[in-house]
Write a protein that binds this ligand. Structure first.
Ligand code: BTN
Length: 327
């Protein structure tokens, strides 16, 4: 059978060899240029394959990542919490939020986690699209069943944002910031977004879906033009590719610990940590709510997630939605 000439053909050649293979030999075997070989090596590394390069010898295959599936994820999670999770791994979903919502509606238990390799109709906030290519990022949705009145459900969005920020610090040693209400930024660029959806009766939440999208190994060319907040990924910021499994394990471990604490101690600790991590902490902000633009000192968040801003006349304004700029 003729060998494939794409990066999978290259991976096969490297994996079949015991030592180094020169770039020239690879380009001859695949019938492609050395530049093409070099680009494909980059693509394979981006997917987590470990390939050593030594200028006088060529390339040597050292290993492939564990599959992005529930067994591999369970191996990384602390044994004390594995049993709580019910993982649903999908190659493709329209939106993991839609998938998780349907499952929760059909009585799936708390900590059902739907994870997709890619989404064909990933949902962002305010009806926007969430760009969701395969193989590079994390798209996951968690079913929770908190005993909360519906107006307090946004507290869980703040909890998720703090969990994402902690996981970025743990796995990539970067310094993320949170932008109200629910963007996670690195160096002012958006690396993660959160979209929580809920089913509720008048005075009680039935379930909440925590939808979390994190750009892990996405490259600049994957991003569409014209996004409102300039995008980035963890690998762009750190200069290294990161295992999606490792990040997911860290994220779920933090989410689990924080939610357990939240059920016992309430929102105050999360509110405090969220405020300290917020890009507007101690600063002046301008808020465009569509209907009006106001500016004032950022004071933090209220119990229902409203942003508190002190205007120049001393009044404290509660802002429920809008675009915030630090000034
Ligand atoms: C935003 O910042 O606009 C929110 C983006 C939320 C994206 C995640 S990806 C996993 C989950 N499934 C979706 O369709 N959306 C959320």
């Amino acid at each position: 059978m003729p060998r494939r000439t794409d990066h999978l053909g290259l991976l096969g050649l490297l994996a079949d060899s015991t030592g180094f293979v020169s770039g020239e030999a690879l380009s001859r075997s695949l019938g492609v240029s050395r530049t093409a070989v070099w680009k494909q090596i980059g693509a394979l590394r981006q997917k987590g394959h470990i390939i050593e390069a030594v200028s006088s010898k060529g390339y040597r295959f050292l290993g492939s990542p564990a599959p992005f599936d529930s067994d591999s994820l369970s191996c990384l999670l602390p044994s004390t919490i594995i049993e709580d999770f019910n993982f649903v791994f999908l190659n493709e979903a329209t939106s993991t939020n839609t998938e998780a919502f349907q499952r929760a509606d059909a009585a799936s238990p708390e900590w059902t986690v739907v994870i997709a390799d890619r989404q064909t109709a990933g949902k962002g906030r305010l009806g926007r699209q969430w760009v969701s290519p395969g193989g590079v990022n994390i798209y996951l949705s968690v079913v929770l069943r908190p005993e909360l009145p519906p107006f307090e459900a946004p507290q869980l969005t703040f909890l998720s944002a703090v969990a994402v920020a902690r996981a970025i610090e743990d796995t990539a040693a970067l310094k993320p910031e949170i932008k109200w209400p629910n963007d996670v930024l690195i160096g002012g660029r958006k690396v993660a977004g959160l979209l929580n959806e809920m089913s509720a009766e008048t005075d009680r939440v039935t379930f909440v879906i925590l939808g979390i999208g994190v750009n892990i190994n996405m490259l600049p060319q994957h991003f569409p033009e014209g996004l409102r907040t300039p995008p980035t990924s963890i690998s762009i910021e750190s200069g290294k590719s990161l295992s999606r499994l490792e990040f997911t394990s860290s994220l779920l471990t933090h989410l689990h610990a924080m939610y357990t604490d939240f059920k016992i101690n309430g929102f105050d600790r999360i509110r405090h940590e969220w405020s300290c991590r917020c890009n507007a902490y101690g600063k002046k902000v301008r808020v465009d709510s569509g209907a009006a633009v106001i500016s004032g000192d950022f004071l933090g968040i209220d119990h229902d997630g409203a942003m508190l801003t002190r205007l120049e006349n001393g009044n404290v304004e509660r802002i429920m939605s809008g675009d915030v700029t630090v000034i």
